[in-house]
Ligand binder design. Structure first.
Ligand code: 5GP
Length: 254
């Protein structure tokens, strides 16, 4: 088989040209990085788990009418996605103070926020993804006010939906990061969710113990990183324990 053309290589994923025009193959690596690439490592099996977890979450979002770039999973590490024009803004939604937010406002990690807070960061490794306002985004032409209206309402719907989904399996959705892209169909443009939704891009805490089940285990050298990703997949019912035939539905926690 001819080697596929690589379009882009990021820290955790590689994008290849897809089998049909307008599609891409998204390959999930085990590589992990943090602190703007100054900390690097490998989380064995992460790519396989994130491919599955992101597939599961994107499908559930699709079912409730939230458009995403996801088409289908191809194999253990790859999924077929629609090619979109990525909006160079990371959208972060927070329910509980943690990470850079807790630090910026000197709030203890774990303090619930009075309401969900949506923030925008400009995607730039060179500038270390600075926090930006709607004014910056529209002035620099990264997105239009209409795009931002769509992004905000999609983000809040996603937050409500994912918070409930995770709560049902004993996980608190502390915060998460989304990327959006523009998808052109004929002359119509739609904003769709792109990239991935996984423990790499979400803070997930066990509701009973408060234990971190996400990439903070790697960022903060907490150990048991692989196990945390596996546990998220297991609770979602998507970790094949006895091979691919052993897929169960989500495990409801009391
Ligand atoms: P913080 O700003 O506190 O570092 O991160 C907030 C949330 O966004 C966390 O859930 C974190 O995992 C996610 N996040 C922030 N920046 C990135 C990024 O560059 N890549 C990914 N995958 N997630 C990010």
């Amino acid at each position: 088989m001819a080697r596929r053309r690589q379009i882009y290589e990021g820290k955790a994923k590689v994008l290849f040209e897809g089998p049909e025009p307008g599609t891409l193959v998204q390959y999930f690596k085990d590589d992990a990085s943090a602190n703007n690439n100054t900390k690097r490592g490998v989380i064995t099996g992460k790519g396989v788990l994130n491919n599955r977890i992101s597939e599961y979450l994107m499908l559930r979002l699709g079912e409730m009418g939230i458009p995403t770039h996801f088409v289908r999973r191809l194999n253990m590490r790859e999924q077929l996605v629609r090619e979109v024009e990525i909006i160079p803004v990371e959208v972060i939604c927070r329910n509980v103070a943690a990470g850079t937010f807790a630090k910026r406002f000197n709030i203890p990690e774990g303090q619930p926020l009075p309401r969900s807070v949506v923030e925008y960061y400009y995607k730039s490794d060179e500038l270390d993804d600075p926090l930006v306002s709607e004014e910056h985004i529209t002035a620099f032409g990264w997105a239009t006010p209409q795009d931002l209206d769509d992004i905000m309402s999609l983000t809040l719907r996603i937050n409500d939906f994912l918070s409930g989904l995770f709560l049902g399996i004993g996980i608190r959705l502390v915060d998460f990061r989304l990327e959006f892209g523009r998808l052109w169909e004929n002359d119509e443009m739609r904003i769709v969710v792109a990239d991935e939704i996984s423990p790499d891009s979400c803070r997930l805490w066990d509701t009973k113990t408060g234990e971190k089940m996400d990439k903070d285990r790697f960022r903060r050298d907490l150990g048991r990183v692989e196990e945390a990703y596996q546990e998220v997949a297991r609770r979602l019912g998507i970790l094949p324990e006895g091979g691919p035939r052993d897929l169960k539905g989500p495990e409801i926690m009391q």
